[in-house]
Design a protein around this ligand. Structure first.
Ligand SMILES: Nc1ncnc2c1ncn2[C@@H]1O[C@H](COP(=O)(O)OP(=O)(O)O)[C@@H](O)[C@H]1O
Ligand SMILES: N[C@@H](CCC(=O)OP(=O)(O)O)C(=O)O
Length: 374
């Protein structure tokens, strides 16, 4: 069997696990299965791989704890079930990772959090800090405060958005089927599994038309869509059976299990394209010659010390243009400070930011990952 290099080389991964798998098809949290995934993820972590888990199952687990056998129609009942079930989910993840002396953290997100630039940067900084500390974040939708998402949303999309957010190399979607089939295998016993495709392949849509299982929200359609979303930041997606023995460890070894959906372009090119597509700039930073030279060499962040003046009104997370003293545009990027704060720290060394602002969110005015040289 040919080996897949993508997974062997990955340093940062998102692992998304669906409701049916996590809750033993709705019978209650499958602690044994969860423990086995944790063992494999702990091995990745000790290998130096950074892992974020996107865990579904709060509604299913809440229903099971409350003794409900039929999924309620009322939104607030679903939200109540999610709140009850989330307790069990995070407790179980925490207890299982504790066996490996790994800390976990609960992150509850809504789609809005990731579309608002400022909150996007905040979520990104928190997740990055957790990963730096060797913690495994456990992400789910914040079902208490969302309305549409609990009905139409799905964690496949959330998994892809998190992969974009942390610039993961790959998204692993564990589900109750062995992978993506050319038609719904529950209804078609002759269905064939897809081994590898481009995520953009339009032929995938017809295959994934079959709807979700009783507990899941998305089915394969949302998984294919998630793969396309992940591909926008250059990440690959694997859709794979979570009940396959040692699925995660085997993927890491490069085994061709499940379906691999590939991006069109690499991560750096994809990120630059994404940044470049944010055409609207909200402000302008004029840089001194030293900063211009450093940025033009590439691969470096912009520090406040290299900024001579700040024009415009903008908020943290918005796109600004960086120009040289003659007004020629050098770079664009997502700024870490509001306009007034940027004005206050411009020209100063980063170790004075706390003294001037009373706090520090980042040492850089614009981080190199959030900047494109023009
Ligand atoms: N082409 C397909 N290949 C595989 N599964 C499919 C396909 N079309 C529809 N499905 C259905 O999608 C289900 C998985 O989606 P879902 O229930 O949302 O899972 P999860 O809880 O893992 O997100 C499978 O049980 C399967 O019946
Ligand atoms: N926040 C919800 C997500 C539901 C969901 O997306 O389920 P799935 O399709 O099984 O991943 C929950 O935890 O139940």
């Amino acid at each position: 069997m040919s080996k897949r290099i993508q997974l062997r080389q990955a340093r940062r991964l998102v692992v998304k696990i669906g409701s049916a798998l996590l809750t033993n098809d709705g019978r209650g949290l499958d602690v044994a299965a969860l423990g086995l995934w944790v063992d494999q993820i702990a091995e990745l972590v000790s290998d130096g791989v950074e892992v974020v888990i996107v865990s579904s199952g709060s509604v299913a687990e809440g229903m099971s704890r409350l003794g409900w056998t039929v999924r309620p129609e009322q939104l607030h009942e679903l939200q109540a079930a999610a709140a009850v079930g989330q307790m069990g989910l995070v407790q179980t993840w925490e207890a299982q990772f504790k066996r490996h002396h790994i800390h976990t953290a609960q992150i509850l997100l809504t789609h809005d959090d990731l579309s608002d630039r400022k909150r996007y940067l905040n979520a990104r900084s928190t997740l990055r800090a957790l990963l730096d500390f060797g913690v495994v974040p456990i992400v789910n939708e914040n079902d208490t405060v969302v309305t549409d998402e609990i009905r139409f949303g799905d964690n496949d999309t959330l998994g892809a958005l998190v992969a974009n957010l942390i610039e993961a190399e790959g998204l692993i979607i564990l589900t109750d089927q062995l992978g993506l089939f050319d038609k719904d295998p529950r209804k078609n016993p002759d269905a064939q599994m897809v081994d590898e495709r481009r995520a953009s392949d339009s032929g995938l849509d017809a295959m994934a038309g079959g709807g979700a299982g009783a507990l899941g929200r998305g089915g394969m359609q949302t998984k294919v869509r998630a793969a396309r979303l992940a591909a926008r930041s250059g990440a690959f997606t694997v859709i794979v059976g979570g009940r396959i023995e040692k699925a995660i460890a085997r993927l890491r070894d490069g085994d061709s299990i499940g379906t691999l959906l590939l991006p069109e372009q690499g991560r750096i090119a994809a990120r630059k394209q994404w940044l470049a597509s944010h055409l609207q700039t909200r402000g302008k930073l004029t840089l001194d010659q030293g900063a211009v030279n450093v940025l033009c060499r590439g691969g470096r962040s912009l520090l406040p010390v290299g900024v001579k003046s700040v024009a415009g009104q903008f908020r943290r997370g918005e796109m600004v243009s960086c120009v040289d003293e003659a007004g020629k545009e050098i770079a664009r990027g997502l700024i870490n400070y509001d306009a007034d704060e940027a004005r206050a720290i411009a020209g100063r060394s980063s170790d004075r930011i706390t003294e001037v602002l009373g706090y520090i969110s980042d040492e850089e005015m614009i981080h190199r990952d959030n900047m494109v040289i023009v």
